[in-house]
Design a protein. Structure first.
Length: 255
């Protein structure tokens, strides 16, 4: 099965993360596939809206720690080739000309919260939880920090990154990260209704509007490059390696 499901229905590209047993964690394979699918959908003349959702109970639990463990024995050159694709995924937020609607449920942590920030509009189930827990393991959310800052402001993004506090769906709405909160059983219908409404708007107005939005709110590419380099160096840390190994060991005991 593919890690990302893709189909077009009524001019809406349905993009679904498909690793439910891993809480849709962002493995290297999923990141590469999602990047390609979003670029493909954005290039389709037929597609007016991209609806990003997920299989299973959770939107996205963030990075795949099992992949992370494999990073620690790599050289800097190898790390760069491994980490660069995730930076490319989040840089899409500044180039997509098709509106992205995210339907958020369960956990949207780390990179999952980054995907919410990548979306132009997001609807969350009232039970959803969002946060940036990376610092508890000794890692700063470098790859997604520019997008979080664009969504909630620089100082608030820093606070969320340093405190690692978890947000309720309502708190995320108050910060502007999520635009609507609905009962969980209504999430898919509400997201579809919003996507369908957007699809009926003038394609030219929407695309040119997003081009202006991208120009006004686009983080400088050098920021992503700097963030990528800092993230790369972090993976040479023994403290991060030990923390992730402890986390996976504890998770194994609990499963």
């Amino acid at each position: 099965m593919p890690d990302v499901l893709y189909e077009i229905k009524e001019q809406i590209a349905l993009v679904r993360l498909n690793r439910p047993e891993q809480r849709n964690a962002l493995s290297e394979a999923l990141v590469a596939e999602l990047t390609q699918v979003l670029q493909k959908a954005d290039a389709e003349n037929e597609v007016r809206v991209i609806l990003l959702s997920s299989e299973g109970k959770h939107f996205c639990a963030g990075g795949d720690f099992k992949d992370f463990i494999g990073h620690f024995g790599k050289s800097l050159d190898e790390l760069y080739e491994t980490i660069a694709p995730s930076m490319e995924l989040f840089k899409l937020a500044s180039t997509l000309r098709t509106p992205v609607v995210a339907a958020v449920k369960g956990a949207a942590m780390g990179g999952g919260m980054g995907l919410v920030a990548l979306a132009h509009l997001a609807i969350a189930a009232d039970s959803a939880k969002l946060g940036l827990p990376e610092v508890t393991l000794g890692l700063f959310p470098f790859a997604i920090f520019p997008l979080i800052a664009r969504s909630v402001g620089l100082k608030k993004a820093l606070e969320l990154s340093l405190t690692a506090r978890t947000l309720s769906a309502q708190q995320a709405r108050e910060l502007g990260l999520v635009h609507e909160v609905v009962e969980e059983e209504r999430l898919e219908d509400a997201a579809w209704e919003l996507a369908k409404s957007l699809a009926q708007k003038s394609p030219l107005a929407v695309r040119t509007g997003l081009e202006l939005y991208n120009r006004m709110g686009r983080p400088d590419d050098s920021l992503f490059e700097q963030a990528g380099l800092l993230r790369l160096l972090t993976f040479k840390s023994d403290a991060l390696k030990d923390a992730i190994e402890r986390f996976l060991a504890q998770k194994g005991k609990g499963s």
